[in-house]
Design a protein around this ligand. Structure first.
Ligand SMILES: *[C@@H]1O[C@H](CO)[C@@H](O)[C@H](O)[C@H]1NC(C)=O
Ligand SMILES: *[C@@H]1O[C@H](CO)[C@@H](O)[C@H](O)[C@H]1NC(C)=O
Ligand SMILES: [Zn+2]
Length: 426
């Protein structure tokens, strides 16, 4: 699917592709810096590929016993993490990049609680559970857009959703749970091979503010690892905290250690609770109808799920109304930043070789679309499939971003991303 022209016009006009109006003002006033927040030589690129690019590594076939045996079956044990992940965390802590916010206590039936004296709405804590918005994180899409995304897959109910999206030529972001990938490998591959954009929703879905820094890394990095090793080397760029529970500390661990950025939502149907009687199909229908007929600014990000038939049905019911009300639909991760994977090049190709190789600085240090367009990055000869991977399991048939947007358009979108990242770096 091509990017709608209106979307492409956004960075031209405002210089702010990623996010809300606040970016518009700031990017207009500030000069672009010489370095970006997260250059391609960010240490994250070393964490998921621990050999040289030419090591000829054979990834286990997704769903095979060897593959299954390599990942935690439940909450990951911090004593069994790759040393590289722990070292990266220790380094970020030593460099003072991780704010010292106390962990919360998980209190059933209510929000996680901070110790006395720590205000969740203060900038020093800024907990999204308490509706504090950390500047720069994605809560909205550009005006007129409907950011499509689903949490808690892959599950058996995902199959119908994936097929529906594909039949209708729509893209979506799947915020996946690591253990669900482990338990539903074929559905995982179906989501990926049919063009789904993959993002993280942690390994076992905890309240992230209750965890210490090591456990936060474990929850995120194991999910990145299983996605990376099962998709020919893709490193997801985005994550969504379970229950929307994160604060400046959790955010910094995800971002500084693993290069991850947050996508939240601006509307919640509570579709996840239809099955348990928390809400009804009718109530979801009514909320959806109201929002879809409502104002086009900001664009919509509705929290939706794919782990129950009813939640999937609610989206399928709403779909014609999204169109009828004139929303431009798009995968929410793609709307948020153009690239969905950290090792996606300016043409939208994911290049596994970029994971380990240092990148020519001129490629990332430029703020203009023309220079990012003429990227000097090493390219793999096959544009999207894994060059280092063995089998057909790794998504050789991936109908990825390259197929969705011509190179020049993607490069242009990438320049908008860089402009936005430049703002975030300030
Ligand atoms: C993932 O792949 C890397 C190589 O890129 C390898 O070192 C690592 O052991 C693999 N992880 C698992 C859990 O199989
Ligand atoms: C709400 O339900 C009605 C009746 O089944 C249906 O016609 C309509 O398409 C639904 N709308 C949404 C937004 O799901
Ligand atoms: Zn969830």
């Amino acid at each position: 699917m091509l990017f709608p022209l209106a979307l492409l016009a956004a960075p031209l006009v405002s210089g702010a592709f990623v996010a809300r109006d606040v970016h518009h003002e700031h990017t207009a006033k500030r000069a672009l810096p010489g370095t970006w927040y997260q250059a391609r030589d960010h240490p994250v690129h070393q964490l998921f590929k621990r050999g040289p690019t030419t090591d000829g590594i054979q990834y286990a076939e997704v769903g095979s016993p060897t593959w299954s045996a390599a990942y935690p079956v439940r909450t990951p044990d911090v004593n069994q993490m790759p040393q590289a992940w722990l070292d990266a965390l220790a380094k970020a802590e030593q460099e003072g990049k991780i704010p010292n916010v106390p962990q919360t206590t998980n209190t059933p039936q209510t929000n996680p609680k901070y110790p006395a004296g720590h205000d969740p709405m203060s900038p020093e804590v800024c907990s999204a559970t308490y509706k504090c918005r950390i500047p720069g994180d994605v809560w909205d899409t550009p005006d007129g857009h409907f950011g499509t995304g689903f949490d808690d897959g892959p599950e058996p109910s995902s199959v119908r959703l994936i097929d529906f999206l594909q039949e209708n030529g729509e893209d979506a972001t799947h915020f996946m749970i690591g253990v669900n990938i482990l338990n539903n490998p074929q559905t995982f591959l179906h989501a990926f091979n049919s063009g789904g954009d993959l993002a993280l929703h942690t390994y076992t879905h905890p309240y992230m503010t209750t965890l210490d820094n090591k456990n936060i890394v474990a929850q995120l990095a194991w999910t990145m690892e299983i996605i990376h090793n099962s998709t020919g080397g893709r490193i997801p760029r985005y994550w969504r905290p379970p229950y929307g529970d994160y604060d400046v500390r959790v955010r910094a661990v995800a971002r500084e250690v693993l290069g991850l950025e947050v996508i939240l939502w601006n509307h919640d149907t509570e579709d996840w609770s239809i099955a348990s009687g928390g809400t009804t199909m009718q109530a979801v229908n009514s909320s959806m109808s109201q929002w879809l007929a409502g104002p086009k600014s900001p664009g919509l990000i509705i929290l939706e799920h794919e782990h129950h038939e009813q939640a999937v049905q609610a989206f399928i019911d709403a779909f014609p109304h999204v169109k009828a009300n004139g929303w431009q639909m798009g995968s929410v991760a793609r709307l948020a930043g153009g690239s969905v994977y950290q090792n996606e090049d300016a043409s939208g190709n994911v290049v596994p070789a970029l994971v380990a190789g240092p990148i020519d600085a001129s490629q990332v240090n430029s703020g203009t679309s023309s220079s990012t367009g003429s990227s000097s990055a090493p390219r793999s000869s096959s544009s999207s499939a894994a060059t280092t991977s063995s089998g057909s399991n790794t998504g050789a048939a991936k109908n990825g971003a390259a197929a969705h947007a011509p190179a020049s358009i993607s490069a242009f979108v990438a320049s908008g991303v860089l402009a936005a990242l430049a703002f975030l770096a300030q």
